[in-house]
Design a protein around this ligand. Structure first.
Ligand SMILES: Cc1cc2nc3c(=O)[nH]c(=O)nc-3n(C[C@H](O)[C@H](O)[C@H](O)COP(=O)(O)O)c2cc1C
Length: 326
């Protein structure tokens, strides 16, 4: 068996492939459509402390090569997430046993956000305080495998600037979440900064275990007939095929600036895109917008990585990380 396993800052993944937050629900929605054994982890939609309604409609718009969305981080809040979804994961595992599988589901990466540093820390602590064991006794890994902090949202308590665009605030946030949890801590950075270096340093120096890149890129679409913005929120975030080269450059930079392992996302539509991000410096990759048009994309990427490695003399998938010849 080819070795696809990787270690993402303490999160052991059977394959280097996961889903991008916000594009795969809470992980239960696709359970009957996909072979989850091809996934190294499932990353869920962003959760904050309290339920959050998100933005008004319309909140997404297709553009050439991508999608502009302004969902506005709609979510059920941490208590409802734990109460409603944990039993679902257990049911998924039981179904897998009934089908003759081992009963394991990939560890969850829980994406979190908040309006203050204190809120992030509180949500991280809530996720860590109970040990949500895998339903299969043979699997020693906890069901909740890691926390991913989305720092591309406004710091409401301190003036409304985005956490991820002020290295001093980012450093404080990472330190507070680090203190609140022992779970592997992934910090998801924004691509729209002039230089990633102060941001990767803020993560590394304050106890993050891994970086995630890239979040969506700020964007806007205007309907020229009505002369009005298409999205109710006026602006949104661009994702999809068109952002892929931006992701490759961000990952390449972050890998040079920091020793932290990188989870890369941005326009992964097939294994070729995943391999490209790994060569640029990623240890793992996430499939996002592609899931909306081809839900099985994420399940196909791992096989393509294996075939590429075997054809090109790589003994393990992890050997691809940073192997670009510059
Ligand atoms: C509809 C939608 C919702 C998203 N929601 C979140 C979210 O809740 N938290 C987060 O960190 N990123 C969120 N993202 C960003 C994605 O996780 C990913 O970083 C980005 O879309 C780039 O990957 P892609 O081009 O493969 O979609 C969302 C993206 C989309 C398209």
């Amino acid at each position: 068996m080819f070795d696809l396993s990787i270690d993402l800052g303490g999160l052991r993944m059977a394959t280097p492939v996961t889903t991008a937050s916000g594009t795969f629900g809470y992980g239960t929605e696709y359970a009957d459509l996909l072979d989850y054994t091809k996934l190294g982890a499932v990353t869920v939609k962003g959760i904050r402390r309290d339920p959050w309604p998100g933005n008004g409609m319309p909140r997404h718009c297709e553009v050439p090569g991508g999608l502009v969305n302004a969902i506005g981080l709609q979510g059920p809040g941490i208590a409802a997430f734990l109460e409603n979804y944990i039993p679902h994961y257990k049911m998924m595992a039981e179904k897998s046993v009934a089908r003759g599988g081992g009963g394991d589901i990939p560890p969850l990466i829980v994406n979190i956000w908040g309006g203050s540093v204190e809120e992030y820390a509180e949500v991280a602590a809530r996720l860590s305080e109970s040990s949500y064991a895998q339903p299969s006794a043979a699997n020693q890994q906890p069901l909740i495998g890691a926390i991913e902090c989305n720092v591309s949202c406004p710091n409401v308590k301190e003036g409304g600037h985005t956490f991820g665009q002020d290295p001093v605030v980012l450093a404080r946030l990472v330190k507070a979440v680090r203190t609140a949890t022992k779970l592997p801590l992934i910090v998801k950075l924004a691509p729209n900064v002039p230089d990633l270096r102060p941001y990767t340093a803020a993560c590394e120096e304050n106890g993050a275990d891994a970086l995630a890149l890239i979040n969506t890129i700020p964007a806007m679409v205007i309907d020229i007939r009505t002369r009005r913005p298409v999205l109710a929120n006026v602006t949104g975030g661009l994702s999809g095929r068109c952002v892929h080269p931006v992701a490759v450059k961000c990952v390449y930079d972050a890998h040079r600036f920091s020793k932290l392992p990188i989870l890369a996302m941005g326009g992964v539509y097939g294994w070729e895109d995943a391999v490209e991000l790994m060569l640029a410096g990623a240890s793992a990759v996430a499939v996002g917008t592609a899931t909306f048009t081809a839900p099985d994309t994420v399940a196909k990427v791992a096989d393509g990585i294996t075939a590429y490695c075997e054809a090109n003399g790589f003994a393990a998938a992890r050997d691809l990380t940073g192997a670009v010849c510059v």
